[in-house]
Ligand binder design. Structure first.
Ligand SMILES: [Zn+2]
Length: 127
């Protein structure tokens, strides 16, 4: 299980990877975006950083893709950020898959729990 600072570190790396593409993805919004990004990287939460990207679907999707690739690389799929963007989860019992809309409970670490087996599941896929 990853802790808070590791998660922010993953997000920071993902932002660094996405950053070179931002000037042409965001166009004339880039200068003001960059100012907000620099501020949030110092004092914002992970969620605030993600919210900053959300109005720009292509940039946001690239950021999430970079995050998911990093997470896969580090075998850390149970992180809260990834569970919050997953559409389907895989339960280790069986194994079988559960749609995100059928997930009712999460454990203290924020991992989605299987409604049938109450086990933490692995997120698969994103919107
Ligand atoms: Zn299950």
């Amino acid at each position: 299980m990853m802790n808070e600072s590791n998660r922010s570190q993953l997000l920071n790396i993902s932002i660094d990877q996405t950053y070179p593409q931002l000037p042409w993805l965001l166009g004339e919004d880039f200068p003001s975006f960059r100012i907000q990004l620099e501020r949030l990287r110092w004092e914002g939460s992970d969620q605030e950083l993600l919210n900053l990207f959300k109005p720009y679907p292509i940039a946001y999707r690239r950021l999430l893709t970079n995050l998911l690739l990093l997470a896969a690389f580090r075998n850390s799929f149970n992180d809260k950020i990834f569970t919050s963007v997953a559409t389907t989860f895989r339960c280790p019992e069986g194994p079988h898959e559960v749609e995100a809309k059928n997930v009712k409970d999460r454990n203290v670490d924020g991992n989605a729990l299987c409604p049938d087996h109450k086990k933490p599941m692995t997120p698969v896929g994103q919107p």
